[in-house]
Design a protein around this ligand. Structure first.
Ligand code: BG6
Length: 488
């Protein structure tokens, strides 16, 4: 069993980034590693080896990385100093056995030169089809083992469907024990997402009412204003269900709905997440809406529809929007609908969870004509404007009995300033050996079991205008239950 990190420094190690010249590496991983290094308690020392097919020298990689850091707001001189001291590069060229043998030699040389004891983290920042061959090649030259620990970091997507996810997990387990595998879903690195458990289990007022007796419905929205940008080709093989729902949103569902874990550590939390995911009833096709954005207005700008984006087939039926109603068939949640929606080119960027509580048993104020009664609501604002709102009805001052809904609010920015980037938290957890915020193989497979049938029997695609909240059918999904989406 993995021990919980107590926040102590990680031992000296080598951090290896596969796909080091890619967008994810320059935009997220390198800045995260740079910022983590600013904390003297982060680790006792490390070297970072970038690996990619490109034929770069150490020097060229350092220049590119320093430039990316500068663009992200780091002072140029600081970025260059850090890059020169910390970064190295090894080209994989044709990615054959010879190149992997050379990689092994380079790793061992760096470890000798920098007095690193053989602890290694391999971050596969690669497209999905490259995962399996890379895992195989690493094992062929014995790089799945080391004199210290070896940890494998895999970025989502974890498979394309249930069978490919199983095949990938089986392959990984051939060479690595599950507790050496860190499946990274960046949502779990967000402080506001981790705060869901703190909110529920550190505040005794919520747990007694966090169930079907007091909660009427739960809405989870992951809305983006951006379209697919330059990722059309990638997105064509993904779609919103694979890109957001199967992973990020199901993690949110699990954290909101799970039972309290025995301990806040990887296995206890993972067990509870799997338990609740297994309690979700198979999705009824009638309860899933797929949409695709057409052209529309984002602010004052006219934007093209999905079919007009680069890399997208002219007759593509890839969904850029999903709404769904989930039912969790357990003692806590039976009968409480979980409404999910996500999409690109929606009206606002907002990730939030809205919990609506039931009406009081006696609606005594409804008898007053001028009273507008609103059900209590808790809104967890995961991003942006991170924090929460809680709505309560109060009496308006003055004569007569008039109710008004007021929002009590908390904002992270006001209390703590800027939040750290998700990747910074997660990469540090890897080298500290804390798997609590990573996704287990059985979580992935349970989630795919739910969505595989939807992909095999896809709902009809509905159009929505860019800048809207998605197709009308996503509204109708709630109306049939007398509900509606809470305004964002
Ligand atoms: C990624 C998806 O996992 O999450 C992207 O591949 C999406 O399509 C992104 O834009 C959203 O992340 P965030 O942190 O902005 O909600």
């Amino acid at each position: 069993m993995q021990l919980v990190s107590q926040g102590g420094p990680a031992p000296r190690h080598l951090f290896v980034i596969f796909g080091a010249t890619g967008d994810l590496s320059y935009r997220k991983l390198i800045p995260a590693l740079y910022h983590a290094d600013q904390d003297p308690k982060a680790h006792e020392g490390h070297a970072i080896l970038g690996v990619a097919r490109a034929a770069l020298t150490d020097e060229q990689f350092r220049i590119a990385a320093a430039e990316a850091l500068t663009q992200s707001g780091v002072h140029k001189a600081d970025a260059e100093r850090w890059a020169n001291k910390t970064l190295f590069f090894q080209s994989l060229g044709e990615s054959g056995p010879k190149e992997y043998q050379a990689l092994r030699t380079r790793i061992e040389t760096l470890e000798r030169e920098h007095k690193l004891p053989g602890h290694r983290a391999f971050n596969l920042a690669l497209p999905l089809p490259a995962f399996a061959p890379t895992v195989e090649r690493l094992a062929e030259v014995g790089l799945n083992k080391s004199p210290g620990w070896t940890r494998l970091i895999i970025e989502k997507p974890f498979g394309q469907d249930l069978s490919s996810a199983k095949a990938l997990n089986d392959l990984i387990h051939k060479y690595y024990a599950e507790d050496h595998v860190y499946r990274l879903d960046h949502y779990l690195g967000k402080d506001t997402v981790q705060n869901i458990l703190v909110f529920r289990f550190a505040n005794s007022m919520f747990e007694p009412i966090w169930n079907r007796d007091k909660i009427e419905k739960i809405e989870i929205t992951v809305a983006e204003q951006l379209g697919v940008e330059s990722r059309g080709a990638f997105y064509e093989n993904a779609g919103a269900l694979r890109d957001i729902v199967q992973n990020h949103m199901m993690q949110l569902v699990a954290l909101v709905a799970m039972e309290p874990p025995a301990l806040i550590e990887a296995d206890s939390v993972g067990n509870e997440k799997v338990k609740v995911l297994k309690s979700i009833l198979p999705l009824d096709k009638e309860h899933v809406v797929f949409g695709q954005y057409g052209k529309g207005m984002m602010g004052n700008e006219v934007v093209p529809g999905y079919l007009g984006e680069k890399g997208v087939a002219p007759n593509s039926n890839t969904e850029t929007f999903v709404a769904a109603k989930l039912s969790i068939n357990n003692w806590r949640w039976q009968g409480v609908p979980f409404y999910l929606r996500t999409g690109k080119r929606l009206a606002k960027k907002a990730t939030r969870i809205v919990v609506t509580f039931r009406r009081p048993p006696v609606a005594m104020f409804d008898t007053y004509g001028s009273c507008v009664f609103t059900q209590n609501r808790l809104e967890l604002l995961l991003q942006p404007d991170e924090g929460f709102n809680m709505t309560v009805d109060v009496k308006q001052p003055g004569s007569g009995l008039h109710l008004q809904t007021q929002r009590m609010r908390f904002r992270y920015a006001e209390a703590f300033g800027k939040l750290p980037e998700a990747y910074q938290t997660l990469l540090l957890d890897v080298v500290r050996g804390d798997r609590t915020l990573f996704v287990r193989s059985d979580e992935i497979e349970t989630s795919w079991e739910l969505f595989d049938p939807v992909l095999q029997n896809r709902p009809e695609l509905k159009q929505y205008a860019s800048g809207s909240w998605g197709p009308q059918e996503a509204e109708d999904l709630l109306v049939s239950r007398g509900h509606q989406w809470t305004e964002i």
